[in-house]
Design a protein around this ligand. Structure first.
Ligand code: SF4
Ligand code: SF4
Length: 209
């Protein structure tokens, strides 16, 4: 769950339509129209990656939402056994957060998929996942999508592979230091899984933008 009071906005006079922001948006909230970045307010989770990525000063910035909103998928109407079964298939405990930033639980993520999320971007837009550091939860997102039968190796636009920072971008030495310090977080295992996934999706490892 995440409470949102801001969203991204584009200055039409300054945007060059370079698409850099579109490629890094984890929620699929940016689309290009007539060489201009357009923000979908229903999808933006205020992660600010687009702002970090844009090369044009103030072409993209934050603005307050008319009123605060909450991104959360209610799972009270879904059969508890179904949620538990799919979480178990994903190797997750239903009530454990899969994201340290948003505290989104495994069963909320499963519920989002049962209610229509078909890509990592959909999952982020609906739940707020990746609105914080965005580094660690991506592995859990793949686990949940796979458990629910979604093929995430070849998403149509492969936007998930082009992220400003993902766990797989950390050097192995740093990952192993974290793994030794916090073995309960399974960071080393996740890092290897992500490396394999990127290699599988591309045939070669991709350098992230
Ligand atoms: S990165 Fe900046 S200049 Fe490029 S499309 Fe996005 S807002 Fe426009
Ligand atoms: S979700 Fe993040 S990257 Fe996408 S438009 Fe909103 S602030 Fe920018």
């Amino acid at each position: 769950m995440i409470q949102l009071g801001f969203l991204a906005q584009v200055d039409e006079e300054k945007c060059t339509g370079c698409k850099l922001c579109e490629n890094v948006c984890p929620a699929g909230a940016i689309e290009m129209a007539a060489n201009l970045a357009m923000i979908d307010s229903d999808r933006c989770i205020d992660c600010q990656r687009c702002i970090d990525r844009c090369n044009r000063e103030n072409a993209i910035s934050r603005k307050p939402r008319p009123s605060q909103i909450i991104r959360y998928v209610d799972h009270s109407d879904i059969d508890e056994l179904q949620l538990k079964t799919l979480c178990a298939k994903a190797g997750l405990l239903p009530d454990m957060p899969i994201c340290g930033c948003t505290r989104t639980t495994g069963k909320e993520a499963v519920a989002a998929i049962l209610k229509g999320a078909k890509t990592p971007e959909d999952l982020c837009a609906l739940t707020g996942l990746r609105a914080g550091c965005g580094i660690y939860c991506i592995t859990r997102i793949f686990q949940v999508l796979e458990a629910c039968g979604v093929d995430v190796d070849n998403p149509p636009d492969r936007r998930w592979i082009k992220l400003t920072l993902s766990l797989s971008d950390l050097p192995e030495e740093k990952v192993m230091q974290i793994d030794v310090a916090y073995p309960q977080c399974c960071v080393g295992e996740d890092w290897k899984r992500l490396k394999q996934r990127y290699t599988r999706a591309d045939g070669k490892e991709e350098k992230h933008v």
